[in-house]
Design a protein around this ligand. Structure first.
Ligand SMILES: C[S@@+](CC[C@H](N)C(=O)[O-])C[C@H]1O[C@@H](n2cnc3c(N)ncnc32)[C@H](O)[C@@H]1O
Length: 211
């Protein structure tokens, strides 16, 4: 009898950024629940797969119904503790034990690519939130932002330039971990005209930052 569900951090797309424990649990799962891009990327055919795009509520009902008989793994991008489905799951599965398997976050990968320390960075997500990004950029030597379809790197750069912030660099990490991953660094004025892939994370940092 299975008694817990697993919430697994998939890292960024490439399997090289995924923990061995994540892979072992995925291999022994009966049911995989996750975003289409994660499930399709695994190329597994012998397990039941449920796309989160079909509705979070359906996934919750399914988990409640089957977690005692089946090993269920819920796949989330990056690290589950960092802006993921984990919060929603915990609120809606309050009596069901959960094991969380960490993953490499998109922000870890971008900071690593920039060879930059991130313990002193300010980190925010703009998903569904309105944040005074100019105020944060002014007070932070390094500001890392999870963008969304409205607050793109270009829109953020425009907002910062309009707030007269000019001596900053924007680093944009697009499709991190995928074959067509792209890392770019540019001045904010230049970033206004940059058309980034929708899957991106940015770091806005003072031009004199060394580490
Ligand atoms: C809902 S958040 C999930 C964050 C995730 N838990 C993590 O640890 O990276 C989704 C946002 O993460 C960023 N992101 C996730 N995967 C990415 C990737 N492969 N490349 C660039 N950014 C990514 C994007 O800003 C995206 O809008």
């Amino acid at each position: 009898m299975m008694s817990k569900v697993y919430v697994i951090g998939m890292g960024v797309s490439n399997y090289e950024y995924r923990l061995l424990r994540a892979d072992n649990l995925i291999l022994t799962a009966d049911i995989l629940i996750g975003a289409k891009r994660h499930l399709d990327g695994l190329d597994i055919v012998d397990k039941q797969q449920i796309y989160l795009e079909n509705g979070f509520d359906d996934a919750i009902e399914y988990i409640k119904k089957f977690y005692k008989q089946k090993r269920i793994c819920i796949l989330v991008s990056g690290d589950p503790g960092f802006h993921s489905f984990l919060g929603y799951l915990k609120r809606n599965l309050s009596n069901i034990p959960i094991e969380v398997v960490p993953g490499i976050s998109s922000i870890q990968v971008l900071f690593a690519k920039l060879q930059m320390m991130w313990h002193d960075a300010t980190i925010v997500s703009l998903h569904g939130r309105k944040i005074d990004i100019a105020m944060l950029a002014k007070s932070s030597e390094k500001l890392c932002v999870l963008t969304d379809s409205e607050m793109t790197p270009s829109v953020i750069a425009k907002e910062l330039v309009e707030a007269e912030i000019d001596k900053k660099i924007m680093a944009i990490g697009e499709r991190l971990g995928y074959e067509d991953e792209k890392i770019s660094k540019m001045r904010l004025a230049e970033a206004i005209n940059y058309d980034a892939d929708p899957l991106n994370v940015v770091v806005i940092y003072d031009e004199n930052v060394q580490i």
